[in-house]
Design a protein around this ligand. Structure first.
Ligand SMILES: C[S@@+](CC[C@H](N)C(=O)[O-])C[C@H]1O[C@@H](n2cnc3c(N)ncnc32)[C@H](O)[C@@H]1O
Length: 290
């Protein structure tokens, strides 16, 4: 069998199953290609149509076995491969953290923030760092910056440290096990935060793949704002006067605006639309608490 045929057959198997996507891929063909190429030890950017060697029967079987695991166990592909990619950068992943997919990564890659900062940020906080992907991408985007990255989960931080080491950034990222903004780490030019923001109703209806991720990483309480509410009230004191907070809120815009009717925030453009990542200036946060 040829590689392209194998990928099509695997995609068909996924399509006729109940698997849910959204943790790295959005199409069954991409999910199938990811798992097949990983299983065969081929680069993920391999052109499957142009790959001509005929595959060995045991390689084909190994790929079908992996697809069967994906279908039967209903866990994210990244928990099977122990690897995920964000903006072309590879991250180690396991069940101790969610699969990296933050839209803030797009904002960093497009350098969209350059329009809103007067100078390149030198102190950055990645709050709720999880697997450390945003801390790593921020360090790559801003080579002169020092990054603090914090999470309440020691398990997630253990994964984050692996990713810091993997990318040779251990001397530029400091990892902290902290609850929200409870402990003072100083003031920042930029705070990035992809918090747990899934509201109770949405959480109850998540497919098994998402339930396989740590609940702590997703659950945001009845309106999704349990973590965000104290963050918005405290963030000003952790930002320089010209600092900004970049906050991911996913599909929770209505709940966010209901929680903070007087807060002025700007929606940043991402592949998921213009309202899932908010940019908030320190001055707006401060005004809220005065
Ligand atoms: C949606 S995940 C984001 C992970 C990572 N930043 C990303 O984008 O893939 C949210 C993270 O917040 C962490 N978290 C939950 N409650 C927290 C709290 N009170 N203080 C700090 N971190 C918290 C979870 O452990 C989880 O790693």
């Amino acid at each position: 069998m040829r590689l392209s045929q194998l990928v099509v057959q695997c995609a068909d198997l996924l399509q006729s199953s109940e698997v849910a996507l959204g943790q790295g891929t959005l199409e069954m063909a991409d999910e199938a290609a990811w798992l097949v190429l990983w299983r065969l030890g081929l680069p993920l950017d391999t052109d499957t149509d142009a790959f001509t060697p005929v595959l060995q029967a045991y390689d084909v079987q190994a790929c079908f076995d992996l697809i069967a695991q994906r279908i039967q166990r209903r866990v994210p592909a990244a928990y099977l491969t122990r690897e995920a990619w964000l903006q072309g950068v590879d991250f180690y992943v396991d069940e101790r953290c969610i699969v990296p997919r933050s839209l803030i990564a797009e904002v960093l890659a497009r350098q969209s923030l350059d329009l809103f900062v007067t100078r390149s940020p030198l102190r950055i906080l990645d709050l709720c760092t999880g697997n450390g992907s945003l801390a790593v991408l921020a360090a790559m985007t801003y080579p002169d910056a020092h990054i603090d990255a914090s999470d309440i989960s020691a398990d997630a931080l253990a994964v984050a440290k692996i990713n810091g080491q993997r990318h040779g950034l251990s001397d530029r990222i400091a990892w902290h096990c902290l609850d929200g903004l409870q402990a003072p780490l100083g003031r920042y030019d930029l705070i990035l935060c992809n918090p747990p923001y899934v509201n109770e109703l949405s959480l109850a209806n998540l497919p098994p793949e998402f339930m396989a991720e740590p609940r702590l990483a997703l659950a945001g309480g009845s309106d999704g704002m349990d973590f965000v509410r104290p963050l918005i009230l405290r963030a000003a004191e952790h930002l320089h006067e010209d600092g900004i907070l970049i906050l991911e809120i996913g599909h929770e815009r209505a709940h966010f605006e209901a929680a903070f009717p007087k807060l002025s925030s700007l929606g940043l453009s991402t592949s998921a639309g213009d309202d899932q990542v908010r940019l908030i200036h320190q001055v707006e946060l401060r005004a809220l608490t005065c």
